[in-house]
Design a protein around this ligand. Structure first.
Ligand SMILES: N[C@@H](CCC(=O)N[C@@H](CS)C(=O)NCC(=O)O)C(=O)O
Length: 203
């Protein structure tokens, strides 16, 4: 098994953290997005979506999409459990993971991709107005997460799950997007500091 990875990109980082939390180390191949290696003929043959991460299995087949890779890993290594054990846990973790991926991470990513000069080659066309619209939505999403974290150590289920991991990666992606967490979101800041301090929270 080998992971096609990109050190500075958020989606591959989700898989790296997931593996670290599971205590699993697998060989990695770096795909340099700055050099547009994701569009190369050789990588397009691995993942025709031309994005990282992708996991190549020993039989040569490939799983892409970070959540799909994490689910595959959890099926092979069920503990520590990150996607839920009971029906209720599975539902809650999925709800929060989707909220964080589709509303927080995707909003930050759209702001980054449409505004950052380094993304001009990748996000075609880069629409600055769309970037600004998304940038303007980020604080509401952060406040939504802050409300959930009041009186809670973790986002849901009273334990560390895929939802926390997705939230951490999203919050850390604020930095290159040039957005800071407002000081009044104290619960989000407390939770983020704790998640960032976990040994599995590899950069
Ligand atoms: N839905 C995919 C998104 C993958 C994705 O967008 N990867 C980014 C890096 S974080 C990428 O490869 N970007 C290259 C490009 O846009 O050309 C997943 O969850 O894996």
């Amino acid at each position: 098994m080998k992971l096609y990875d990109t050190q500075l990109a958020p989606n591959p980082r989700r898989v790296r953290i997931f593996l670290a939390e599971k205590g699993i180390d697998i060989p990695k191949v770096q795909i340099d997005l700055g050099k547009m290696e994701q569009k190369s003929e050789s990588y397009s043959a691995v993942n025709p979506r031309k994005r990282t991460p992708a996991l190549e299995l020993d039989d040569g087949s490939v799983i892409s999409e970070s959540v799909a890779i994490c689910r595959y890993i959890e099926a092979l290594h069920p503990e520590p459990n990150l996607f839920g054990r009971t029906a209720k846990e599975i539902g809650e973790i999925e709800m929060w993971s989707r909220r964080l991926e589709m509303h927080l991470l995707a909003t930050i990513a759209s702001a980054f991709r449409h505004l950052h000069p380094a993304m001009v080659q990748m996000e075609v066309p880069q629409v600055k107005e769309w970037g600004e619209v998304n940038k303007g939505r980020i604080v509401d999403e952060l406040a939504f997460l802050d409300r959930q974290l009041k009186g809670r150590e973790f986002i849901c289920c009273d334990r560390y799950t895929n939802a926390d991991l997705t939230g951490l990666v999203a919050i850390d992606f604020l930095r290159p997007t040039r957005v800071t967490v407002p000081d009044e979101l104290v619960d989000l800041k407390r939770w983020h500091a704790a998640m960032a301090a976990r040994p599995g929270s590899v950069p």
